[in-house]
Design a protein around this ligand. Structure first.
Ligand code: G3H
Ligand code: 13P
Ligand code: NA
Ligand code: ZN
Length: 312
């Protein structure tokens, strides 16, 4: 059944487990998430970026998510907008039936340039007002991640300032808050070993009372990049956040864990394998089917490792 983001995340926060939020662009990804949720009896957050919604012409992805809800009446499901960049983007998602929206006011509408605190407050408040009136939850973000969120020209990561986070939550009434503690989007997160600012996370947890969100939380496992490279891919030096670090973050108070890259890797590795081993195949089901199975297995493992399993 469709539930709000707040419902799933407050429950997770209270009981101390993490809920993965998995990005989707197509039917196979949605089916893989639901198969994993069913297998492990986990609540799920299915999230679509602005790019994903545009790619699918909005309606297609919206209705595929609704199909997941119809097919899985016993699993709590959140339809979530990932990285909304304006009130307008939030309204579009809410019109489509989403039960949760992110407004990433840490960046300007271009999705690249770091914004001011006052801009973030203003755009976040406008989304909260609109969304809450319709029973929709809101995730905001403060601080900047690396990767796609590098400020133009600066290239710097600004870890979240705990005092600023506290003030921000009080001034906006958001339901969850994404913070920057050293993660970044994509498959190249760290030059050397992974390094998260757990001390900053602890401080934030002590100061705010709403669920905390971690973006850029893919693990980029060597097994997957190894497969991609083995079957003709080229991803040298890819690194992510080890599962042990994510489990530590959950213990310290993170409730929502955003995963896109690992899913992409699982699909790509499986498709490359089929193309390499069976070059005579050309029926999309012959490679999208195995890709869907590989993604299901990846997410089953994550649901167990995050502690989501059994909480549907
Ligand atoms: O935060 C970014 C997500 O991984 C979505 O990526 O904007 O390429 O769909 P995308
Ligand atoms: P990854 O690139 O680490 O999967 O992060 C995804 C994300 O944060 C989506 O909002
Ligand atoms: Na940010
Ligand atoms: Zn993100």
């Amino acid at each position: 059944a469709l539930v709000s983001g707040k419902q799933i995340l407050e429950e997770a926060k209270k009981k101390g487990y993490g809920v993965g939020a998995y990005n989707v662009n197509n039917m196979e990804q949605i089916q893989a998430i639901m198969a994993a949720a069913k297998e492990t009896q986990s609540p799920v957050i299915i999230q679509a970026s602005r790019g994903a919604l545009k790619y699918s012409n909005f309606t297609y992805l919206g209705y595929l998510m609704k199909a997941a809800i119809i097919e899985n009446p016993d699993i709590p499901i959140v339809m979530h907008l990932d990285h909304g960049n304006s009130l307008e983007s939030a309204i579009k998602a809410i019109d489509l039936g989403f039960s949760s929206v992110m407004i990433d006011g840490s960046l300007l509408e271009d999705g690249k340039t770091a914004s001011t605190y006052d801009y973030n407050i203003k755009v976040t408040r406008s989304v909260v007002e609109y969304a809450h009136a319709r029973g929709v939850s809101v995730e905001a973000e403060i601080g900047t991640l690396g990767g796609i969120e590098d400020g133009v020209g600066s290239g710097k990561i600004h870890l979240t300032d705990p005092k600023e986070a506290e003030r921000f939550v009080n001034e906006t009434d958001v339901d969850s808050l994404a913070i920057a503690i050293g993660t970044s989007h994509g498959a190249y997160k760290f030059k050397g070993a992974a390094n998260l600012a757990f001390d900053v996370l602890k401080e934030i947890r002590a100061l705010i009372d709403i669920p905390i969100v971690l973006h850029g939380a893919s693990s980029v496992p060597k097994e997957l990049t190894g497969e991609v490279n083995k079957y003709g891919g080229k991803m040298p030096g890819a690194t992510g956040v080890p599962m042990s670090n994510l489990q530590e973050a959950i213990k310290l108070g993170v409730s929502k864990i955003n995963v896109d890259t690992d899913g992409r890797l699982a699909l790509t590795a499986a498709i490359r394998k089929v193309f390499t081993e069976s070059p005579e195949k050309f029926d999309p089901r012959d490679y999208l089917g195995p890709a869907r199975t590989a993604l299901t297995n990846l997410i089953i493992t994550k649901m167990k490792d995050f502690g989501t399993a059994g909480h549907a």
